[in-house]
Each structure stands twice: as C-alpha cells, then as structure tokens.
Design a binder for this molecule. Sequence first.
Ligand SMILES: *[C@@H]1O[C@H](CO)[C@@H](O)[C@H](O)[C@H]1NC(C)=O
Ligand SMILES: *[C@@H]1O[C@H](CO)[C@@H](O)[C@H](O)[C@H]1NC(C)=O
Ligand SMILES: *[C@@H]1O[C@H](CO)[C@@H](O)[C@H](O)[C@H]1NC(C)=O
Ligand SMILES: *[C@@H]1O[C@H](CO)[C@@H](O)[C@H](O)[C@H]1NC(C)=O
Length: 304
Amino acid sequence: MLKSLSLALLAVNPALSWDGFGHQTVGYIAQKYFTSEANATLGAIIGLNSNFDIGDAAAWADTVRDGANLPWSKNWHFINPKGDDPNNHVCTVNYTIDCPGSNCIIAAIMNQTNILLDTTRPLITRRNATMWLLHFFGDLHQPMHTSGFKLGGNAVRPVCWDSPAPCPGGTRNLHAIWDSAIPRKWRSMPEETTPAEDKVAAVAWAADIYAKQQVEGIDGYGACADLHGPGCVLGYAAESNRLVCTNALKDGEPWVLSHDLSKEYYEENAKVVEGRVAKAGVRLAAWMNGIARVLAANGREEDL
Ligand SMILES: *[C@@H]1O[C@H](CO)[C@@H](O)[C@H](O)[C@H]1NC(C)=O
Ligand SMILES: *[C@@H]1O[C@H](CO)[C@@H](O)[C@H](O)[C@H]1NC(C)=O
Ligand SMILES: *[C@@H]1O[C@H](CO)[C@@H](O)[C@H](O)[C@H]1NC(C)=O
Ligand SMILES: *[C@@H]1O[C@H](CO)[C@@H](O)[C@H](O)[C@H]1NC(C)=O
C-alpha cells in the first residue's frame, strides 16, 4: 500500500533535477567565468560566505520546491513540450503552446532575471531570484527537463541500471538516470553520498571541466545574453530537447526499458551529460555577467 502510494506520487511528480552535486558543479564552473564585477555583485546579493558558497546557492532551489516552502516554484524547473514523440523521432519546443500561463522554466528565467535587475525590489526577493537563475540554467541543460514525453521521463519506468533487463518491480526511471545515475558513475561516486562528499565532488568536477575547456579554447558555446526576450533561453531549451531524440530516447522507449542502461547507453551518454553541465556553467556565467553589467551601468548596487 505504502509502496504503491509512493510510486503513484513519483509518477505524477514531474522532476527532481541534476543531483545536488550536478547543480553545484554548474555553479562552480560559472564562477570561474564571472567577471570580477559579477562575482562581487552576485556574491553580495546572495550573501555568499565560507558556509554558503556559489555551489550551495545553485542547489538551493531544489530545497524549497516541495512541501510548505515555495511549492509554486515546482513548475519552474522544467518545460513539458506537448508535441514530443521521441518514439517517432519527433522532438519540438514551441513556447506559445508549451509554456501555458507562462508557468515553465523559460518564463521563470525571464521573470527572475527581471526581478534581479529591479533594484527597487527587496533584497530577499532578488537574492532568491539570483539563486533560481543559478539553478535553472542547470535544469535547462538537462535534456529530460525539456521533454514532454511521459513527464520528462519520470514515467519511463522501471529502467535497469547495473542489472540485467528487464527489471520488473524496479524503482528507477529514465529521468533519474540522467539526473543522477550517469553523472555519479562518470565521477565514480557511490549512489549515496553525504553533502560534504557532494561538495568535494562538485568542486573537482568543475575544475576538471574548466581544465578541459582551457585546453580546448572554448568559444562560449554560443552563449548569448540578450536579457530582454526569451530567445536565448528558448534556444538552449530546444537544444536540450533535441538530445532527447538523438540520445536519451534515440532507439525509443521499448529499447530503454529492455536494456541495462549502465552499459552501452551509459558509454554513449556520459560525455553528453558532462557536455551539458559544462555548457550550463559557461552560459550561466554569460547571462549573469550581462545582468551585472546592466546593474553596474545603473550604478545602484553600492549600498549592498
Ligand atoms: C568571487 O567571490 C567569492 C566570494 O563570494 C570569493 O571567494 C572569490 O575569491 C571571488 N573570486 C574572484 C575571482 O574574485
Ligand atoms: C508555435 O505555435 C503557434 C500556435 O500554434 C504557431 O502560431 C507558431 O507558428 C508556432 N511556432 C513555431 C516556431 O512553430
Ligand atoms: C512570469 O510573469 C508573468 C507576468 O507577471 C506571470 O503571469 C507568470 O506566471 C510568471 N511565470 C513564472 C514562471 O514566474
Ligand atoms: C525566498 O526564499 C526563502 C527560503 O529560502 C523563503 O522563505 C522566502 O519566502 C522567499 N522569498 C521570496 C520573495 O521568494
């Protein structure tokens, strides 16, 4: 009874997100690309200190999305495009159709950007806005957060991991494979870790990604920072969404349900996951640098 109830709840619960350590990694990467202006301004607005750093700030949104805290922010972590049909190789995002009531991650990023830019707002409101932005750029780059197929893959279940397929009675779903199982295996992390271990892992992952980017001479991954319209954010969402067809559900749901995803599926997609985390960090930095530039031009942050 209890078990079927919790399964039912999981089935309608549209998404967690990159594991905490994935979000922290995005935050640490972004900080490496912040202008000194952005680093100082955002650090002051959030109130960063040795006990609450940029990684913690990037992971915060998942700690307030459930229960009695800020539950209305739950739908801000994803977009569920209605036209998605990856079994037939159709992946598509249409903002007009897929963000009803402006209640999706794209609208959330635009709204929180405007709130952060509005220096007449209370600091606590702008602090939360900053932390939502640090988080949503991570979610936006997780392909399953931009898929309307079976609640972003939460209802693609049970899938197998480290065990032969099929897995009757298994509790894993495809969304969590991308959030958690693939990044953890890639970084040689066990399934259960403490917050302290997560932070160490995130700092190390960000450093490794940054080192690779230095070698590759990254081009900003087409980062754009037009803060006025949803174009940039929509483009990133569409890019994530396409990866559902080309990677996450490349061979369709029946294939995913009938293979141990820790084998060739993992081998094919681990680098994709790392690439998404890398892009999220760099693009987030470009966005936040743009915001800090506008704030500095308006000269209104000196009181912080
Ligand atoms: C960015 O700000 C943090 C504090 O929020 C500080 O620890 C760090 O040294 C700063 N980085 C740079 C490059 O100034
Ligand atoms: C999105 O959907 C709207 C409403 O159906 C339509 O008018 C518009 O052309 C679509 N946009 C794209 C890019 O397909
Ligand atoms: C964004 O702002 C609009 C206009 O105030 C509002 O209708 C919408 O619900 C907001 N969406 C999010 C996700 O914050
Ligand atoms: C900001 O987040 C805190 C939780 O960290 C919450 O208590 C507060 O109500 C939020 N305020 C706004 C304006 O979002």
